[in-house]
Design a protein around this ligand. Structure first.
Ligand SMILES: [Zn+2]
Length: 399
């Protein structure tokens, strides 16, 4: 195997004979990559039920000759492609899970370049690109200076709450990850800002009673109303965009009963950890204040309490635009005549970004529409460019 020299720019790299051969392989293999994308999509992977798809990734990692292929405690499947040295260690990831519940029809229909099925882009594309990168590196016998650990991870979507990444960075590969890249979905964007979120379910409780007979007691729904009014009045910075939303409410038993319980679900987001923390503090204070006002209003008869349960945390962070990893990604993209498209989002990269480990999430190429919907569609026109970009970037970063 021939090594790739240190200090090469992405443009020089793509002229390296072996790198060039790897790029050719990626392009030549794209039809196979699309077949694999469709096949992986048809293995259901509902939230918290990624095991079957994970099993198949494990088999494919082994077939492609990765070393030390294993599944960690959370269900992440990983395998190592050693370089000349064990460090730097680049983790290259794509997520196994979809947002679709058990029983969703995930059969792929295909007409020419158009593939349709729930999950076909997000993130069957990322998984297929990851496998295509390994295959191309192998076929061209590229040896990287550093090592690449490939990971098919769990829990990226929704209430999965990035549990795969949390397990990877705080447990299974703790202290062993120098750089991180994930391929998520379609298009050719580069996400370098990780929007964090805190999600709460807040429950208000009191003894409850008859609306007429027990009148004069504090009321959990009315206390919650006070809290919602205070949340609505919270001031947040426009930059970086910081948001809040009371998304669902419930409670009460009858029109003529003072309720014994009410609840609400609240989502708060920001790319700035300090702004998110400040919002979180003011949100929790607003709830306590609302409860206290409600109890004072009714002289503590049938006093109400509230408890806020944190049901989701996605850490915020960012990889600055002028950091080497973002600059490398932009240079690699330029080499392939890919327009600069820097984005913000909530992806697996949030976890390393929060730890100040260089991290980005890139699109896997092609064009996707209707992600997270039953009408999800993937247009594979020129999709090899996404595979090629991911490959070149992996080579450029594994050093
Ligand atoms: Zn995704």
């Amino acid at each position: 195997m021939a090594g790739v020299c240190l200090g090469q720019t992405p443009a020089q790299l793509s002229n390296d004979a072996r790198v060039h051969a790897a790029m050719e392989a990626a392009r030549r293999n794209e039809p196979r990559t699309l077949d694999l994308q469709a096949r992986l999509c048809e293995i259901p992977a509902p939230p918290f039920q990624e095991a079957a798809r994970g099993q198949e990734l494990k088999r494919l990692f082994q077939e492609l000759g990765l070393r030390d292929v294993r599944t960690d405690g959370a269900g992440n499947v990983m395998g190592v492609r050693p370089g000349k040295a064990s460090r730097p260690n680049l983790v290259f990831a794509a997520h196994l899970d979809t947002v679709f519940p058990e029983g969703t029809n995930v059969k792929v229909t295909r007409q020419g370049d158009i593939l349709k099925a729930p999950g076909i882009g997000d993130d069957s594309r990322g998984l297929a690109v990851m496998l295509a990168v390994i295959r191309a590196l192998n076929e061209a016998r590229v040896e990287t200076p550093g090592t690449i650990t490939f990971v098919a991870d769990v829990g990226e979507e929704g209430l999965g709450d990035l549990r795969g990444m949390k397990s990877l960075f705080f447990d299974s590969l703790k202290g062993q990850i120098d750089k991180f890249i994930s391929v998520d979905g379609t298009g050719l964007g580069i996400t370098h800002i990780g929007v964090g979120s805190n999600r709460y379910k807040v429950t208000f409780k009191g003894p409850g009673g008859h609306s007429y007979g027990a009148f004069g007691m504090a009321n959990p729904i009315q206390a919650m109303g006070r809290a919602i009014a205070k949340i609505d009045a919270l001031e947040v910075p426009p930059q970086p965009k910081t948001t809040f939303n009371v998304g669902r409410v419930g409670g009460g038993t009858s029109i003529n009963a003072i309720p014994f319980e009410a609840w609400m679900e609240v989502d708060m987001r920001s790319a700035d950890p300090a702004a998110l923390k400040s919002l979180d503090t003011r949100f929790n204070a607003a709830i306590q204040q609302a409860v206290s006002e409600e109890n004072t209003r009714w002289s503590n008869r049938g006093a109400v309490t509230a408890s806020a349960e944190l049901v989701g945390v996605r850490p915020a962070g960012q990889t600055p635009k002028d950091s080497p990893i973002v600059q490398t990604a932009l240079a690699v993209s330029r080499t392939m005549q890919i327009e600069e498209a820097l984005r913000e989002g909530s992806t697996d990269s949030n976890v390393p970004m929060n730890l100040n480990i260089p991290a980005i999430t890139i699109g896997g190429g092609g064009e996707g529409t209707g992600a997270h919907s039953l009408n999800e569609t993937f247009d594979a026109t020129e999709s090899w460019r996404g595979t090629g970009r991911a490959l070149l970037l992996a080579i450029a970063l594994a050093r």
